[in-house]
Design a protein around this ligand. Structure first.
Ligand SMILES: *Cc1c(COP(=O)(O)O)cnc(C)c1O
Length: 461
């Protein structure tokens, strides 16, 4: 927008609306009890504002819905595939494009081809499904984030960066032949949605080239990363976001994408690569479990919507609004005295529950206590990233997670500023009586991915 207005407006108007689920506090108390204090067990129509995830929860544009109607549903060689392939090639510059139904399918296929027991994949941080797929192949996954990424109170422009010295040391220790790939996750979802700088990407790429190790990007949020480079890294302020994104891709040999984030669709993903040998084997795996390579487990219309979304997401009005709306929530929480991971990420604000609820010990699940209180008080749903998700019990002793966070992930183009103002007001209310919140007790949990199905109860007074 021209001029120097302080207010950044949502760069769209609303054509289709969906009613929100209003409930009373008494109803929500019953719902929480029935859900055993696990927010994943709450029916979505009983949620007022849903910050559980930004994955597949965005609103599509009129152009995307129009593209849906153009979908060619032919089994092989559908026109929609070529539209999609061109969009991905234009964006990434990679030769071969394989559609998949979502990000983890790309991970499973690539790790199945490139990894095996005895190998190690290095990353700035593996996203949890990426780590799980590396480990399922028998290989090990090692994270090498910069040290400041773990200091939540100190803001930094590029806390998603990889520790390049640690990377070189690890390569020398393990031997380059034992490292099938290095992964850079843009933005770094597991550590607060923080961006990776172009400078870091260039340095990591240089090290990988020197040791002949392929560099693969995990680009679920490539556009948010590109725009944060434009806003924060010197030398990029006048360059279009699309050009910055292409430069990011140019430093690697391929990428995996969960299109449920920055392709602005509700389902989809892809794998894009340059290496014909990897591609031949990935294609075989794709046919075996996803579908023929020109649809990869999706409908033709999904490919059209992704192609359109990949172009739209680089619109700088959209990106300005997107980053500003997340930052706006972060500012409001800070003002309400709520400690957050600094700075706010590209897709989410992470509340530091360890500092916000210091009277609740890790085995009282402070993050889950806060998530439940947000729902009980106002129908807001968020997800705990702490000891419920990552804590472990070994022989009767409890090993807490290193952090106790609550993630408020913002769906794309879904909520308006008044929704965010409401969330801030609710947090201010909780902040005033935070000392009265009580611990939760874990009743039952399976050994893996416990947070999805765990059952909890409030500690008796
Ligand atoms: C969501 C996500 C994935 C996995 O994608 P799905 O579409 O959920 O299977 C992988 N990496 C990152 C960084 C993600 O955010």
């Amino acid at each position: 927008m021209d001029g120097s207005w302080k207010t950044i407006v949502e760069p769209f108007r609303i054509k289709t609306v969906e009613p929100l689920g209003f409930t009373t506090e008494a109803e929500r108390e019953g719902i929480l009890r029935d859900a055993c204090y696990n927010v994943f067990a709450i029916p979505a129509d009983k949620v007022l504002i849903d910050f559980l995830t930004d994955s597949g929860t965005g609103a599509m544009s009129a152009e995307q819905w129009a593209a849906i109607m153009r979908g060619d549903e032919s089994y092989a060689g559908a026109r929609s595939f070529f539209v999609f392939e061109k969009a991905v090639r234009d964006l990434t510059g990679y030769r071969y494009v394989l559609p998949v139904h979502q990000g983890r399918a790309a991970e499973r296929i690539l790790m199945g081809v490139a990894c095996c027991p005895g190998k190690t994949v290095l990353a700035n941080s593996h996203f949890d499904t990426t780590r799980a797929n590396v480990e399922a192949s028998g290989a090990a996954a090692v994270d090498l984030p910069v040290p400041e990424a773990l200091d939540f109170q100190v803001p930094g422009p590029f806390k998603g960066d990889m520790d390049v010295r640690a990377l070189e040391a690890k390569i020398r220790e393990l031997g380059p032949g034992n490292i099938p790939m290095v992964i850079m996750t843009l933005t770094n979802n597991s550590l607060g949605g923080q961006p990776v700088s172009m400078r870091n990407l260039r340095e990591v790429s240089e090290v990988c080239r020197q040791y002949k190790i392929p560099l693969i990007l995990d680009v679920a949020r490539f556009a948010e990363n590109a725009f944060m480079i434009k806003l924060r890294e010197s030398g990029f302020s006048t360059r279009p976001a699309a050009e910055i994104a292409r430069e990011m891709f140019s430093h690697a040999q391929g990428c995996m994408m969960s299109a449920k984030k920055d392709a602005l669709v509700n389902i989809g993903g892809f794998l894009a690569l340059n290496d014909p040998e990897w591609v031949a084997r990935c294609r075989e795996a794709l046919i075996l479990t996803e579908g023929f390579p020109t649809y990869g487990g999706l409908a033709g219309r999904d490919l059209e919507a992704m192609a359109q979304g990949l172009r739209e997401v680089l619109d700088e009005q959209y990106l300005t609004y997107r980053l500003r709306s997340v930052e706006y929530l972060g500012e409001g929480l800070r003002r309400a005295g709520v400690p957050i991971v600094e700075p706010p990420g590209g897709h989410a604000v992470y509340v530091d529950a360890k500092r916000f609820l210091p009277h609740i010990p890790p085995d009282g699940y402070p993050g889950q206590v806060l998530a439940c209180e947000l729902y009980r008080r106002a129908g807001i749903r968020a997800v705990e990233i702490g000891s419920l998700m990552f804590g472990r019990r070994q022989g009767g002793t409890f090993i807490p997670a290193p952090m106790e966070l609550v993630r408020l992930a913002m769906p794309r183009r879904v909520y308006t500023q008044s929704h965010i103002d409401f969330v801030i007001e609710v947090f201010a209310d909780i902040a005033r009586r935070v000392r009265s919140l009580r611990s939760l007790r874990l009743l039952a949990s399976p050994p893996r991915l416990a947070h999805f199905t765990a059952k909890l109860a409030p500690e008796p007074v």
